[in-house]
Ligand binder design. Structure first.
Ligand SMILES: C[S@@+](CC[C@H](N)C(=O)[O-])C[C@H]1O[C@@H](n2cnc3c(N)ncnc32)[C@H](O)[C@@H]1O
Length: 197
Protein backbone atom coordinates (compact mmCIF):
# COMPACT_ATOMS: atom_id res chain seq x y z
CA UNK A 1 0.00 0.00 0.00
CA UNK A 2 1.34 3.47 -0.85
CA UNK A 3 1.44 5.89 2.05
CA UNK A 4 3.42 8.99 2.86
CA UNK A 5 5.74 7.18 5.24
CA UNK A 6 7.01 4.99 2.36
CA UNK A 7 8.46 7.93 0.50
CA UNK A 8 12.04 9.05 0.97
CA UNK A 9 10.95 12.54 -0.09
CA UNK A 10 8.52 12.69 2.86
CA UNK A 11 11.32 11.90 5.34
CA UNK A 12 13.96 13.98 3.63
CA UNK A 13 11.75 17.06 3.58
CA UNK A 14 11.13 16.62 7.33
CA UNK A 15 14.91 16.67 7.86
CA UNK A 16 15.46 19.59 5.48
CA UNK A 17 12.83 21.61 7.35
CA UNK A 18 14.25 20.44 10.68
CA UNK A 19 10.76 19.20 11.55
CA UNK A 20 12.18 16.27 13.49
CA UNK A 21 10.63 16.14 16.98
CA UNK A 22 11.82 12.52 17.34
CA UNK A 23 15.49 13.54 17.32
CA UNK A 24 16.66 13.99 20.92
CA UNK A 25 20.32 14.61 20.14
CA UNK A 26 21.58 11.48 21.85
CA UNK A 27 21.33 7.70 21.89
CA UNK A 28 18.17 6.20 23.40
CA UNK A 29 18.33 5.92 27.22
CA UNK A 30 16.80 2.40 27.19
CA UNK A 31 19.62 1.28 24.86
CA UNK A 32 22.26 2.90 27.09
CA UNK A 33 20.68 1.16 30.08
CA UNK A 34 20.75 -2.20 28.28
CA UNK A 35 24.37 -1.80 27.13
CA UNK A 36 25.52 -0.91 30.65
CA UNK A 37 24.63 -4.47 31.72
CA UNK A 38 24.65 -6.59 28.55
CA UNK A 39 26.37 -6.74 25.21
CA UNK A 40 24.88 -6.33 21.76
CA UNK A 41 27.92 -6.68 19.56
CA UNK A 42 29.05 -8.00 16.20
CA UNK A 43 27.54 -6.48 13.10
CA UNK A 44 24.42 -4.55 14.09
CA UNK A 45 21.99 -2.88 11.69
CA UNK A 46 20.01 0.20 12.77
CA UNK A 47 17.17 0.71 10.28
CA UNK A 48 15.85 4.28 10.05
CA UNK A 49 18.89 5.59 11.92
CA UNK A 50 18.26 9.31 11.27
CA UNK A 51 21.24 11.26 12.62
CA UNK A 52 22.76 8.04 13.94
CA UNK A 53 22.84 8.65 17.69
CA UNK A 54 22.02 4.99 18.40
CA UNK A 55 24.52 3.82 15.77
CA UNK A 56 27.29 5.66 17.62
CA UNK A 57 26.08 4.47 21.04
CA UNK A 58 26.30 0.86 19.82
CA UNK A 59 29.72 1.51 18.25
CA UNK A 60 31.00 3.00 21.53
CA UNK A 61 30.09 -0.33 23.13
CA UNK A 62 32.06 -2.32 20.57
CA UNK A 63 29.54 -3.12 17.84
CA UNK A 64 30.28 -2.76 14.14
CA UNK A 65 27.15 -0.76 13.62
CA UNK A 66 25.56 0.11 10.30
CA UNK A 67 22.98 2.90 10.17
CA UNK A 68 20.51 2.66 7.30
CA UNK A 69 18.20 5.43 6.22
CA UNK A 70 16.37 6.55 3.11
CA UNK A 71 16.86 10.27 3.81
CA UNK A 72 20.06 11.68 2.21
CA UNK A 73 19.87 14.76 4.46
CA UNK A 74 19.79 12.65 7.64
CA UNK A 75 22.75 10.58 6.45
CA UNK A 76 24.80 13.66 5.56
CA UNK A 77 24.34 14.90 9.11
CA UNK A 78 25.08 11.44 10.59
CA UNK A 79 28.33 11.20 8.63
CA UNK A 80 29.35 14.64 9.92
CA UNK A 81 29.69 13.39 13.51
CA UNK A 82 33.16 12.48 14.76
CA UNK A 83 33.56 8.67 14.44
CA UNK A 84 33.47 6.91 17.80
CA UNK A 85 34.26 3.34 16.77
CA UNK A 86 33.42 1.01 13.94
CA UNK A 87 30.27 2.66 12.59
CA UNK A 88 29.09 3.41 9.07
CA UNK A 89 26.03 4.83 7.37
CA UNK A 90 24.31 3.39 4.32
CA UNK A 91 21.62 4.86 2.12
CA UNK A 92 18.74 2.52 1.38
CA UNK A 93 15.22 1.26 1.95
CA UNK A 94 14.92 -1.32 4.72
CA UNK A 95 12.14 -3.04 2.77
CA UNK A 96 14.49 -3.50 -0.19
CA UNK A 97 17.70 -4.30 1.61
CA UNK A 98 20.72 -4.52 -0.67
CA UNK A 99 21.65 -8.13 -1.48
CA UNK A 100 25.17 -7.51 -0.10
CA UNK A 101 23.71 -6.68 3.33
CA UNK A 102 21.13 -9.46 3.56
CA UNK A 103 21.85 -12.14 6.18
CA UNK A 104 25.05 -10.45 7.35
CA UNK A 105 24.01 -9.09 10.77
CA UNK A 106 24.23 -10.60 14.25
CA UNK A 107 21.86 -7.93 15.48
CA UNK A 108 19.22 -5.42 14.45
CA UNK A 109 18.43 -2.53 16.75
CA UNK A 110 14.97 -0.99 16.41
CA UNK A 111 14.14 2.46 17.72
CA UNK A 112 11.52 4.79 16.20
CA UNK A 113 11.55 3.13 12.76
CA UNK A 114 8.79 0.54 13.35
CA UNK A 115 6.50 3.19 14.86
CA UNK A 116 7.17 5.52 11.91
CA UNK A 117 6.12 3.14 9.14
CA UNK A 118 2.48 2.64 8.21
CA UNK A 119 0.87 -0.25 10.18
CA UNK A 120 0.04 -1.95 6.87
CA UNK A 121 3.81 -2.47 6.41
CA UNK A 122 4.42 -4.26 9.70
CA UNK A 123 4.43 -7.78 8.24
CA UNK A 124 7.02 -6.61 5.70
CA UNK A 125 9.04 -5.03 8.52
CA UNK A 126 9.25 -8.39 10.34
CA UNK A 127 10.38 -10.11 7.11
CA UNK A 128 12.97 -7.36 6.56
CA UNK A 129 14.42 -7.89 10.07
CA UNK A 130 14.54 -11.65 9.48
CA UNK A 131 16.16 -11.09 6.07
CA UNK A 132 18.87 -8.84 7.51
CA UNK A 133 19.85 -11.26 10.32
CA UNK A 134 22.05 -14.30 10.24
CA UNK A 135 20.50 -17.47 11.64
CA UNK A 136 20.12 -17.08 15.41
CA UNK A 137 20.62 -13.31 15.09
CA UNK A 138 18.81 -11.04 17.52
CA UNK A 139 16.48 -8.09 17.37
CA UNK A 140 16.77 -5.62 20.22
CA UNK A 141 13.80 -3.29 20.00
CA UNK A 142 12.25 -0.33 21.72
CA UNK A 143 8.55 -0.44 20.80
CA UNK A 144 6.09 2.36 21.51
CA UNK A 145 3.16 0.72 23.22
CA UNK A 146 1.41 3.89 24.37
CA UNK A 147 1.00 6.98 22.23
CA UNK A 148 -1.72 9.53 22.87
CA UNK A 149 -2.48 10.30 19.21
CA UNK A 150 -3.10 6.99 17.39
CA UNK A 151 -3.36 8.70 13.99
CA UNK A 152 0.45 9.02 13.84
CA UNK A 153 3.16 8.58 12.80
CA UNK A 154 4.26 7.57 15.31
CA UNK A 155 1.94 4.59 15.37
CA UNK A 156 1.68 2.63 18.64
CA UNK A 157 1.60 -1.15 18.84
CA UNK A 158 0.31 -3.48 21.56
CA UNK A 159 2.30 -6.24 23.17
CA UNK A 160 -0.17 -8.79 21.75
CA UNK A 161 0.31 -7.40 18.23
CA UNK A 162 4.09 -7.70 18.59
CA UNK A 163 3.66 -11.36 19.58
CA UNK A 164 1.38 -12.05 16.61
CA UNK A 165 3.57 -10.24 14.10
CA UNK A 166 6.89 -11.82 15.05
CA UNK A 167 5.57 -15.36 15.52
CA UNK A 168 6.73 -17.78 14.05
CA UNK A 169 9.94 -16.16 12.77
CA UNK A 170 11.17 -14.98 16.20
CA UNK A 171 10.98 -16.00 19.83
CA UNK A 172 11.03 -13.41 22.60
CA UNK A 173 13.88 -14.04 25.04
CA UNK A 174 13.09 -11.10 27.27
CA UNK A 175 10.63 -8.22 27.46
CA UNK A 176 10.60 -5.36 29.91
CA UNK A 177 9.76 -1.72 30.50
CA UNK A 178 12.94 0.36 30.53
CA UNK A 179 13.55 2.41 33.65
CA UNK A 180 15.28 5.13 31.65
CA UNK A 181 13.57 6.96 28.79
CA UNK A 182 13.67 10.32 27.06
CA UNK A 183 11.40 12.83 28.90
CA UNK A 184 7.79 12.30 27.83
CA UNK A 185 8.36 8.68 26.82
CA UNK A 186 8.43 7.25 30.35
CA UNK A 187 6.26 4.16 30.69
CA UNK A 188 5.34 4.21 26.99
CA UNK A 189 8.12 1.98 25.73
CA UNK A 190 8.53 -1.76 25.76
CA UNK A 191 11.90 -3.37 25.19
CA UNK A 192 12.19 -6.76 23.54
CA UNK A 193 15.12 -9.03 22.92
CA UNK A 194 14.04 -11.50 20.23
CA UNK A 195 15.91 -14.32 18.54
CA UNK A 196 15.45 -15.27 14.91
CA UNK A 197 14.37 -18.94 14.71
C1 LIG B 1 10.88 8.83 13.30
S1 LIG B 1 12.40 8.86 12.45
C2 LIG B 1 13.52 8.19 13.67
C3 LIG B 1 14.98 8.43 13.36
C4 LIG B 1 15.96 7.91 14.43
N1 LIG B 1 15.76 6.49 14.68
C5 LIG B 1 15.81 8.69 15.71
O1 LIG B 1 15.27 8.16 16.71
O2 LIG B 1 16.20 9.86 15.73
C6 LIG B 1 12.17 7.51 11.32
C7 LIG B 1 13.38 7.32 10.42
O3 LIG B 1 13.19 6.18 9.61
C8 LIG B 1 13.61 6.47 8.29
N2 LIG B 1 12.88 5.51 7.44
C9 LIG B 1 11.54 5.44 7.27
N3 LIG B 1 11.24 4.41 6.44
C10 LIG B 1 12.42 3.82 6.12
C11 LIG B 1 12.75 2.71 5.29
N4 LIG B 1 11.82 2.01 4.64
N5 LIG B 1 14.06 2.39 5.18
C12 LIG B 1 15.03 3.09 5.82
N6 LIG B 1 14.76 4.16 6.61
C13 LIG B 1 13.47 4.52 6.75
C14 LIG B 1 13.26 7.94 8.09
O4 LIG B 1 13.99 8.56 7.07
C15 LIG B 1 13.62 8.50 9.47
O5 LIG B 1 14.96 8.89 9.55
Amino acid sequence: MENKESSSEYWDSRYRQEDIPWDKGDGAPPLAEFLAESSFGGRVLVPGCGYGHDVRLLARHGASSVGLDLSPSALTKARGFEPVGNEEYVSGDFFRLDEALRGTFEGVFEHTCFCAIHPSMRGDYVKAVAGALKEGGKLLAIFFVKIEDPDGPPYPVSSEEIDGLFDPLFETEKQWTPSKSFPGREGREQMRLMRKL
